[in-house]
Design a protein. Structure first.
Length: 415
């Protein structure tokens, strides 16, 4: 439908799809400095406005050029949110349930994916303009998000303290955690901020040096592993994968809704486990489960005829392990391990690398599938999953139940 209206070939359609991730990369890369200067809440309010504008613009686009512009704008909003959201949540959350609360960011993403699958399924039969209705749906959620931000969310107390607005910071902490939170965390927060204010403003090059560089490397590699293990290729091309295994086209759309449901409910499991079992444990379980399921898919698609039920089960197992581990836990860890002084810049860099990996996976997955076959594609993702397991086992620290200041001391940032 969209291809015919704008005379887009396969490469043109791929470019429109890929521009979202390019926008995400750009948005993520520059958001850190904006969050430090203008505050976490103000950046998120700006992204909500961009969501609404870009959704309406995509839906009403009269040319491929306009569609590309608004698609890129949408990507900027998504990329900025992927930095500001986890950062904000980690800074307002008490230590004992910070993992669960930061994981709520991924819960919102999976809920959005589920709604997108359901909306696409329901709107599919509304004629040649059904794609416009699909692209307009985010405007409603963007409006709700904007209203929620303006009316219900306070600014980050750590950011307020860094701007010498202690009274406002104390009021926020009192609202979200009571006097106990103030007694437990405020003195250490103030001590660290006093030390940081005595230093020069962080420059991008500094985050790659010394002990800081090691921590940024760990966080960035974890962000990369979250994507190069293949999740976005599986999510985006789920209908085609189901069709390749013998499912009918209509059935494949319904099966994609099932994928969204599994993704959604397993993220709820992650919310329950992340502060009970720990971040590292979930990542190791996830990498192991993903490796096994990808190994089976590699074997299955190496055969002339696939077992459609086996493919469905293996895909759902893969998505289940990812949704309960790397999907939310990566955001938890990179929001925890970076010292406050470099957090904005470091999270922007790591998140930008994550979006770069999304682009590479989405762009090259169909190329590899077409040239070599799905068995090689799943085999490649399986190898990356093994590497992710080894990386987590050796390099990722356990941060469960610790304050952000305690985590800095654990990682060697002692003052």
């Amino acid at each position: 439908m969209i291809k015919g209206e704008f005379n887009l070939g396969d490469s043109g359609l791929g470019t429109v799809a890929a521009l979202l991730t390019i926008g995400c990369l750009i948005g993520a890369l520059f958001t850190g400095n904006f969050t430090e200067k203008y505050g976490r809440k103000n950046v998120m309010i700006t992204t909500a406005v961009l969501y609404v504008i870009s959704a309406i613009g995509c839906a009403l686009a009269g040319s491929s050029a306009m569609l590309i512009i608004f698609r890129l704008l949408s990507g900027l909003a998504v990329g900025a949110t992927s930095v500001a959201g986890p950062m904000y949540i980690s800074e307002i959350s008490p230590a004992h349930n910070r993992g669960k609360l930061v994981s709520m960011n991924q819960f919102a993403i999976t809920f959005g994916i589920l709604l997108a699958y359901i909306a696409d399924f329901l709107l599919l039969g509304l004629g040649e303009n059904s794609w416009r209705y699909m692209l307009a749906v985010p405007a409603f959620f963007g409006t709700a998000y904007l209203i929620f931000l303006i009316t219900s969310l306070p600014e980050s107390p750590r950011w307020l303290l860094s701007k010498n607005r202690k009274d406002e910071a104390v009021n926020v902490m009192k609202k979200i955690g009571g006097q106990q939170l103030i007694d437990d965390e405020l003195p250490e927060m103030e001590r660290i901020l006093i030390i940081e204010k005595g230093r020069e403003r962080i420059q991008l090059g500094e985050i790659f040096k010394g002990k800081t560089g090691k921590i940024v490397l760990i966080g960035t590699l974890l962000a990369a592993f979250q994507q190069i293990t293949g999740i976005n290729a599986v999510i985006m091309f789920a209908p085609e994968i189901f069709q390749s295994s013998g499912s009918a086209e209509v059935d494949s759309m319904m099966l994609s809704v099932i994928v969204g449901l599994v993704n959604f409910f397993m993220t709820i499991i992650a919310l329950w486990l992340v502060d009970k079992k720990g971040r590292k444990t979930l990542l190791l379980w996830g990498a192991a489960g993903m490796t096994i399921s990808l190994g089976y898919l590699c074997f299955e698609f190496a055969k002339p005829v696939q077992n459609a039920v086996g493919v469905l089960i293996a895909l759902l197992v893969y998505i289940s392990f990812f949704a309960a581990s790397f999907a939310p836990v990566m955001w938890v860890i990179i929001s925890e391990i970076y010292p406050n002084r470099i957090k904005g810049v470091a999270m922007s860099f790591s998140t930008a690398v994550s979006w770069l990996c999304v682009f590479l996976v989405v762009y090259f997955a169909p190329v590899i599938q077409g040239a070599l076959g799905l068995n090689y594609l799943f085999g490649m993702f399986g190898v990356f999953s093994v590497c992710a397991f080894v990386f987590v086992k050796i390099w990722i620290p356990e941060t469960k139940g610790k304050t952000l200041e305690e985590i800095q001391m654990q990682l060697g940032f002692k003052e």
